[in-house]
Each structure stands twice: as C-alpha cells, then as structure tokens.
Write a new protein. Structure first.
Length: 220
C-alpha cells in the first residue's frame, strides 16, 4: 500500500473515531503476500522505515515532501489532519531482533504475534526498550501489546501454555505478563477451536466468546 493512501485513510479514521485510532503495522512474512502486492522483499526493513517517515510527514507537516529510495512524494497537503497530535500511535509487530529494535527506535509500541512464546516475552520487551534507550527515547513511554491466544478450559494441565486453562489460571497469567512489561492484552479467541473453528456452532461460539470477554474485562 502507498503510505500516502494509508496516511489519508488513517487520518479519516482517527477523526471518525474521535481520536482513538491506533495504527498497527508489520512487514508481513509470506512470499505470497509480497508477490500479491507487487513489492520486493529485498531491503524490506529499510522500506518500512521510509514508509513510517512518509506517514509522519503527511500527518504532521502543513506541506509534506519526500524524496527517498522507495517513495517519491511531491509537495503534498493532507487535510484534515488526524485528531491525535502529532499523530496516532504507531505500533509495530515482528519477532526478529531487527524488528524489535525498529519498534524501539521508531514506534510508539510493539505488538506480539499470536503465536509468540509468552514465557519469554520479557526478552523481546527488553530488546525493544534497549533500542529505545539507545536512540535517546524514553522506554517507559512505550506500549507493549500482547496478542494473547486465550483458550478457557475446565482445568489446565501442569505443563499448560500461558492463557490456556481456567479463568483463574488465565488471570494469573495476565498478571505475569504485566510483570514482564506487557501494558495491554488483546484477548484473541480465534485460535480456540471451540470458538474460532469453522466447524463450531456459530451461536454457541458467539455466546461463549461474550462470556470469556466479559469475564476477562479489566475492572474499573
């Protein structure tokens, strides 16, 4: 996607959402994704960094202009601007060390993958924070979002994966994620075959999902 098009779309969404938009971005990983979009995987990290620079310029500057290796933007005025100033929060995904460091240097936060090893997520957070500090940024200002694959079961075996088991066990897991540095958890039920499987009953799945989300909602 063109960063100019995405800048315009996200600015509009931020206005419609009353300044509540988070912009989550990732490089993708499958060769088929790159083939389908007509983009080379070569130097994709550098492309991503230039993409972010164009986004920020369009969101922030009265008249933005960019002449780079991947993108050429003549003097351009984007109006209306996003509600959030200087721009909506940018959250980057990725598990590779280079992706983690990029999030620390350039983004407002990092989002884990749905299949990340949650027992070692503190190491990834530490890498992001270290890169932020090296870039002269405040690591404490960053957000760390866990896309948690939650599976509620009557009981969890001793060797259970985090976020699989009883509601009490899962709440304990959420506490441990917070201790590791996670600031937000996205409760992802798509990987629970009792809810997200195409073979599951649609009405029963919706009812079960509502129950789980209500039970795990943060208390005010």
């Amino acid at each position: 996607m063109s960063p100019v098009l995405l800048a315009k779309q996200t600015a509009t969404l931020d206005i419609l959402a009353g300044g509540r938009l988070d912009v989550g971005l990732g490089l993708g990983w499958a060769d088929e994704e790159y083939q389908a979009t007509g983009v080379s995987k070569h130097r994709r990290g550098h492309r991503a960094e230039e993409f972010l620079a164009v986004l920020r310029a369009l969101w922030q500057d009265d008249v933005a202009e960019h002449r780079g290796e991947f993108y050429q933007v003549p003097p351009t005025r984007l109006e209306p601007k996003p509600v959030q100033r200087p721009h909506p929060p940018i959250l980057l995904g990725g598990q590779a060390p280079a992706a983690l460091r990029r999030a620390g240097r350039l983004a407002d936060g990092w989002v884990s993958g749905s299949q990340a090893d949650l027992t070692g997520i503190g190491e990834a957070i530490a890498t992001v924070k270290a890169a932020a500090a090296e870039a002269g940024r405040d690591p404490g200002s960053l957000r760390f979002v866990c896309r948690g694959a939650v599976r509620v079961r009557p009981t969890g075996p001793p060797e259970r994966e985090p976020l699989t088991g009883t509601l009490e066990q899962i709440r304990s897991d959420l506490g441990r994620l917070a201790e590791a540095g996670i600031t937000e958890v996205f409760v992802d039920l798509n990987f629970d075959p009792e809810i997200g499987s195409p073979r599951a009953d649609a009405q029963a799945s919706l009812r079960r999902a509502d129950e789980v989300l209500d039970a795990l909602a943060p208390t005010r």
